[in-house]
Design a protein around this ligand. Sequence first.
Ligand SMILES: C[S@@+](CC[C@H](N)C(=O)[O-])C[C@H]1O[C@@H](n2cnc3c(N)ncnc32)[C@H](O)[C@@H]1O
Length: 120
Amino acid sequence: MLNFGGEGEIADAINVNNFTQVLRSGTFPKPGDTVLRADFRQVPLPDASVDVIVGNRLPWSATDEWAGAICREAFRLLKAGGVVRLFASTGGATSCLDWLRQAGFVEVETRERYAQGVKP
Ligand SMILES: C[S@@+](CC[C@H](N)C(=O)[O-])C[C@H]1O[C@@H](n2cnc3c(N)ncnc32)[C@H](O)[C@@H]1O
């Protein structure tokens, strides 16, 4: 599992973080956290190599193009049948739904606090 913008809040996930706006400085990364220091719009992993991608409190609001790039990168990285779950600091889950559809995800819906989509 990849955690886009993760700061160790999901046990056992790989935290994809470029350390631009770390909230938990001093406690992240803690011993045992796995970190991939990278921009989550351009992750250095192969196509179709990941089962689940989560993004908690993504800093979403910068530009529309930015939000689209995150969803397209999630689509590239996921295997067929893989699931993405995102919510944004600004706009919560609903702000993510259209971007997920435009990136090609299906079964796009709000589930709990997340916008969820499946790669067909
Ligand atoms: C609002 S914090 C959320 C942290 C954590 N997911 C949580 O819910 O507590 C956003 C995180 O995204 C990271 N971040 C911002 N832009 C990024 C980018 N382009 N690529 C990777 N990480 C990024 C920041 O460094 C920060 O750790």
